[in-house]
Design a protein around this ligand. Structure first.
Ligand code: SF4
Ligand code: SF4
Length: 344
């Protein structure tokens, strides 16, 4: 019997796909063979949208290897972090080669600090348009972590999709973006729907996002068990039951206020501190399997916090306006206490 599908259309692109889509950032961390296995398993279950980036080391290559010869069956979104037109063309050619294709469905500017527009002097948007005219890309998108850039992109009318962090910890401002995209006929691609590992109930995450018919979550999966969870939602989508709502309410309570999302946009750190992991250690150690956070390697990374130069570079770059050095110190203090035997 034909199963009922939960489909999402990405605004004016006309791209209509299963609500469960594939975020290909974590497959950087597994072997090529394992990555191909995951990607093909997702496809066999009905997932047809794959989001990667030039910046995700060998992710594009793995996607290309998994889907060679079946390009017309899937949609590929990738991203460029180029800051010049010359860099743009170089990255686009590399992406096409790695992905083993001659076109990209959605080509996105990768978290630029400003909203590229024609005539802004960078030549970036002009290059996008030219690539579209040449058929090398089909739709123009942008990804961001900054509300002001996201709003500017929506208002500009220049973009067909916005990719932005969106999960059940969203603020009213994030919700406004989703509504504004809908009004503007733009697709909304939700990244970090599990908030970089802090949300550990995927059914609650799915049920929350299912309320928004214009939002396409791209679940970042690395393990087969994680993929299986999301694939099971294709035929049995979790509904927002009172039990799942209670999970969401509890997490909102616990994770409200200032917490590090692990995005890494404050890096690199001149003292070599792995900020994106260290500044949210207190949460990770309590919400994810703690053994991985207590290894010798992780302890050495946490000790690096002692070498913070208080230069403020991280703080000035954090899109969430966090006082990153203070957050690092707070997490380090808690970590040292846990190592000394404090219950957690
Ligand atoms: S303030 Fe500390 S953590 Fe932040 S960038 Fe400077 S040295 Fe690194
Ligand atoms: S401190 Fe801010 S920029 Fe750095 S990883 Fe955390 S949320 Fe991202």
């Amino acid at each position: 019997m034909e199963q009922k599908k939960n489909l999402v259309t990405l605004g004016s692109t006309g791209i209509t796909v299963e609500k469960n889509s594939f975020g290909a950032l974590p497959i950087q961390r597994i072997s090529k063979e394992a990555a191909i296995g995951l990607l093909r398993k997702a496809y066999a279950a009905g997932v047809t949208f794959y989001d990667t980036a030039r910046y995700y080391t060998d992710s594009e290559e793995k996607v290309g290897a998994a889907f060679e010869g079946m390009r017309d069956k899937i949609y590929i979104a990738t991203k460029t972090g180029a800051t010049t037109a010359e860099g743009f063309w170089k990255e686009l050619h590399t992406s096409l080669e790695k992905l083993k294709t001659d076109y990209i469905d959605i080509y996105q500017f990768h978290n630029p600090a400003f909203c590229p527009k024609p005539g802004d002097g960078t030549g970036l948007y002009e290059a996008m348009l030219e690539a579209k005219e040449k058929g090398m890309i089909r739709h123009i998108g942008i990804t961001n972590h900054r509300l002001n850039v996201a709003h500017e992109a929506i208002e500009s009318g220049l973009y067909e999709t916005l990719q932005f962090p969106f999960c059940y910890l969203a603020t009213d401002k994030d919700l406004e973006l989703v509504q504004d995209c809908k009004k503007a006929g733009m697709g909304f691609i939700a990244m970090k729907a599990l908030s970089g590992g802090l949300i550990n109930n995927s059914a609650a995450a799915y049920a929350y996002l299912a309320q928004f018919d214009n939002v396409l979550p791209i679940w970042g999966v690395q393990r087969e068990s994680e993929l299986d969870e999301f694939l099971s939602y294709i035929d049995n989508p979790p509904a927002l039951t009172p039990e799942l709502q209670a999970v969401i309410d509890r997490d909102r309570e616990e994770l409200q206020g200032e917490f590090c999302r692990g995005c890494g946009y404050c890096m690199p750190c001149p003292a070599g501190i792995e900020i994106n992991n260290c500044a949210r250690m207190s949460l990770m150690i309590r919400r994810a399997p703690s053994a991985a956070q207590l290894t010798d390697e992780m302890q050495a990374k946490m000790r690096k916090i002692e070498e913070c130069l208080h230069c403020g570079r991280c703080k000035s770059k954090c899109p969430y306006g966090l006082d990153t050095p203070a957050l690092l110190e707070k997490n380090y203090k808690d970590y040292c206490e846990i190592l000394a035997g404090k219950a957690y």
